[in-house]
Design a protein around this ligand. Sequence first.
Ligand SMILES: [Zn+2]
Ligand SMILES: [Zn+2]
Ligand SMILES: [Zn+2]
Length: 141
Amino acid sequence: MNLDDVYGILSNNGYKLTKQRKILLDILIKYPNLFLSAEDIQKKAEYKNFHLDLSTIYRTINIFDNVNLICKTQKDGSNLYKIRTTKKHHHHLICKKCGKAVSFDFCPSDIFNHIADKNGFVLVEDKIELYGYCNKCSNTL
Ligand SMILES: [Zn+2]
Ligand SMILES: [Zn+2]
Ligand SMILES: [Zn+2]
């Protein structure tokens, strides 16, 4: 997703592109393959001489999430975010050290449906994440 796509999605959903939203989007789009915490985002905004309160960051991320622009994961109990790079159903391979993420759209949904079916469930959602160390980090372990 590029900046124009993202702006289009926001305005189609009735959200104005305020300065704060733009700063946050710029940061997320600059790191499309990295999961960032609200604190990481705040630090990156400081580098641009822009102060964002954590509450503003959470609120804004929430808006982006409502219009399906965000992928979320958790690390040590805190939430990490990145911009969605594909509209398709997908999963992530995530580096435990630096947060690098690779999105892939392989999903063993047939197997999951089978498991759900066998247990009398109708499957509506699946969340799988694969964790490891990226090329760069595995060299410095
Ligand atoms: Zn994703
Ligand atoms: Zn890494
Ligand atoms: Zn899946």
